[in-house]
Design a protein around this ligand. Sequence first.
Ligand code: NAP
Length: 529
Amino acid sequence: MQVTGQSLIGSQAVLSTGKPIQALNPATGAFIEPAFRGCGAEELDRACALAAAAATAFRNTPLQVRANFLETVATEIEALGHALIERCMLESGLPRARLEGERARTCGQLRLFASVVRTGEWLDVRIEPALPERQPLPRSDLRLQNIAIGPVAVFGASNFPLAFSVAGGDTASAFAAGCPVVVKAHAAHPGTSELVGRAIQTAVSKCGLPEGVFSLLFGTGNELGLALVSDSRIKAVGFTGSRSGGMALMKAAQARPQPIPVYAEMSSINPVFLLPDALQQRGAALAEGFVASLAMGAGQFCTNPGLVVGVRGTALDTFLHAVAQAVSGVGAQTMLSPGIHAAYNDGSGALAGHARVRPVGQGAAAEGPCQCQARVFVTAASDFLEDEVLQREVFGATSLVVECEDWAEVERVAQSLEGQLTATLLMDESDLEKAAQLLPVLEEKAGRLLVNNWPTGVEVCHAMVHGGPFPATSDARTTSVGTAAIQRFLRPVCYQNLPQALLPEALRDGNPSGVSRLVGGTRMVPASA
Ligand code: NAP
């Protein structure tokens, strides 16, 4: 399949006429043909109108049909073959193996959501039968189920051009919930976006769904994104990117006459705590694991370990020495885009130039354009606690080690942290007491707590939480990875005293949908489930 530079609006492919968008090969700086054009108000209006027109029919599709659609999207993405991987390598600078793995994750999560849709558990059906004889007042028949929230705007993320972009986690979870999706493509990988968008378009058509279930728009300079979030037909937003971008979209969503939820995943430094006995016993091994996690993918993971906290002493010195050695062996890696590269150099440079921060070690210097030099710095906890600038995310392979005077200061550092996606404890069994002290603090700070694992590497499964208090995300009650992500795009509706013929199928007597239901407070699981 050829990349044409067209936007996809319902079943149509349209050559837009707005601002030019041209993909850049970050490894060489060369432009990649063809040029794309930003969408204007007319295209946005058409995509939103189609999405709104498709919303009722799509949310009422039988579970089997919607599950089949998700699986067809996965099959169509796989059918793109090498062309998709090659285009994505050119646009992102990411290596083949990483992108093949990411494609497998993308298709795997679409199929996982299909299996979730089929179970119907996410409907959360609750039935309270009528109590006509109840005194002093009778009770009506009450039945609850979740329904799709309506059309969702999805912002493709730059750092997962497949797994968190056009057909990524936000789109998969919105489709699973029964929501049409309008994607605003990330300008760093427009060709990849078009190819995946065409795969979705084909799946919509093959499954006989209304064309407005999916549209893909291109734009830069914030205008299109803000207009999309402000459109009254959009009912929720999924976003992964910068803190400033997420905040701008949240403000736009709140300023609407009818405000809507924005599920933005923004910035996190993913603190790692070195517990004393583990540090003493295996500091050098921990250092190697830390540097491997830090340097993976040029550090361009939202779960990158950007902060390490330990108690000053010879064990921490040994750890730092081993970190310096390990990081010196890290080669320069191409980053995703000139913008991300420039932001990395600014953030890393700010740490290098900070009066209270010392270098620990660094990797090979950049040779090509957009290359990231891995760097580790150290600062005293008292300085860290005084200067909130030191808590800022540096997106890339840079991390800061915080030296505490004693364990009480480690706890103060933990207390001072902003919201995080992850918090990690590196511990031995003999560290259990200190870990137990820290855990309640970290539960308040992060969406995922790890022991003796590294935070990079997010499993797509039923038990994953990729979320956390602000600024990690805009809404700590949810996750953007894993099947629980479907909850973001649902809302509960209670049907009071409705005749059987008007009730949604899953709420009818006899349970024709065969879903698990809470009836009068008792969980009723169909025999086939
Ligand atoms: P970004 O600048 O936030 O852009 C992401 C998307 O949001 C783009 O489609 C962009 O559209 C839109 N956008 C950004 N600011 C906007 C605004 N003020 N109003 C309306 N739309 C806006 O993210 P990025 O390009 O991927 O990377 C930039 C920085 O974000 C990185 O250096 C890194 O610090 C951070 N980042 C963090 C994560 C994470 O997971 N924590 C992931 C990726 C990036 P336009 O093209 O129209 O601006």
